[in-house]
Design a protein around this ligand. Structure first.
Ligand code: SF4
Length: 368
């Protein structure tokens, strides 16, 4: 399936719907065809080209607008500059689905390791495989827990599993619920424990971005790509640098441009790296991605642009605002308000007040 692109990297032929599959590894995309027929396709999570279609962003952001408050959406631009590299091009809604799927996996894993091996596969710690199916506290807690992991820049599997282990050591009888992952009781001791576990984990197995967006052939000066180069340079410096690692990151994985490595470590060391035996049997093949398709995940989310950095320096700001306005307009047409979650809160608060007044009137009448 190929989509013709507009000049800004958006597609008029974009799919009707994009969702993560429950295992979180693939995108399930379907297109509603005339006559009610539906065409399905599955794409790997890596396929930023498809994620970056304009209609895809709008569908995702409409779902986020319907489901979380403006306060929770307002942090997303900042978080896009901090989060783990693989999530910087995912919409916040897609990242939350991935977080929820990872939470369930980690829950079953810790249950298998520390409670009951046979029961583990049957555990369903969340009410819905798709957290956006029901708007309510569970979704809000998952969204906020995901933001907490994003602010600390950890991959979700590391963050959740380490937090589960930490809670177990502190006497929790069950793995923490999503709201307990960022609870005030947990944070002061958990944050340094996470930092120490991350250092150890990186010493035994270095982690870096796996998205095609970070390969040399797709480099276009995007801030997330530059941040990833700094991460790779830190990994190289931490071990020497060694020619074999230069071979791997510069020539095999293609995660650091050769000129950058030469500027940092000198031509001689880079040539020694080139002369090493390849570290991969087959060099990975990646789809060439248009620079215009490399939008930050917060693109087009109403409320994400708070009028300051990073939005003031963002090359997509004009298109982002246009897309966010379209999402708000759609919400107003569908739900009669451009902020359904706030309207829902107001309606619930008014209903609570009415109930309270009725209760007071009833008790006053009974005592008369
Ligand atoms: S302008 Fe839009 S895409 Fe750019 S950082 Fe801000 S919210 Fe994200």
């Amino acid at each position: 399936m190929q989509y013709e692109e507009y000049e800004d990297g958006c597609s008029p032929e974009a799919p009707s719907f994009i969702k993560l599959t429950p295992d979180g590894n693939q995108l399930l995309i379907w297109e509603d065809l005339p006559g009610g027929e539906r065409r399905h396709a599955k794409w790997s999570l890596d396929d930023a080209y498809i994620i970056a279609t304009e209609a895809g962003y709008r569908v995702e952001n409409l779902e986020a607008l319907r489901s979380v408050t403006e306060r929770d959406r307002s942090l997303e631009a900042d978080l896009t500059t901090m989060k783990w590299f693989d999530y910087r091009y995912l919409t916040p809604a897609a990242a939350t689905r991935l977080f929820a799927a990872t939470y369930t996996d980690c829950y079953r894993r810790i249950w298998r390791e520390q409670f009951d091996k046979d029961e583990a596969a049957l555990k369903r710690p969340l009410r819905n495989d798709d957290p956006f199916r029901v708007v309510g506290p569970e979704l809000t807690n998952l969204w906020r827990a995901r933001q907490w992991a994003d602010g600390l820049a950890y991959p979700y599997d590391f963050f959740i599993h380490t937090t589960f282990q930490f809670a177990r050591k502190r006497g929790y009888k069950r793995p923490p619920l999503p709201n307990q992952l960022f609870g005030a009781k947990m944070i002061p001791k958990l944050t340094p424990a996470l930092a120490m576990a991350w250092r150890r984990s990186m010493e035994s197995r270095a982690r870096y971005g796996t998205s095609a967006n970070y390969r040399n052939e797709n480099y276009c000066g995007d801030p997330a790509q530059d941040a990833h180069h700094a991460h790779i340079l830190n990994l190289l410096r931490a071990k020497g640098p060694r020619p074999l690692d230069i071979r791997r990151f510069v020539f095999d994985e293609r995660l650091l441009p050769e000129q950058r490595a030469v500027a940092e470590f000198g031509r001689e060391l880079v040539e020694r790296g080139r002369a090493q035996v390849p570290t991969l049997e087959e060099p990975p093949v990646y789809r060439k991605i248009k620079a215009t398709a490399l939008k930050p995940g917060c693109y087009g989310l109403p409320g994400a642009d708070q009028g300051d950095w990073p939005c003031t320096a963002c090359r997509f700001r004009v298109a982002c605002r246009r897309s966010a306005d379209l999402v708000s307009q759609t919400a107003a047409e569908v739900w009669g308000t451009d902020d359904p979650r706030a309207a829902d809160h107001r309606a619930k608060a008014a209903a609570r007040k009415r109930k309270e007044r009725a209760r007071k009137r009833a008790s006053a009448a009974a005592t008369r």
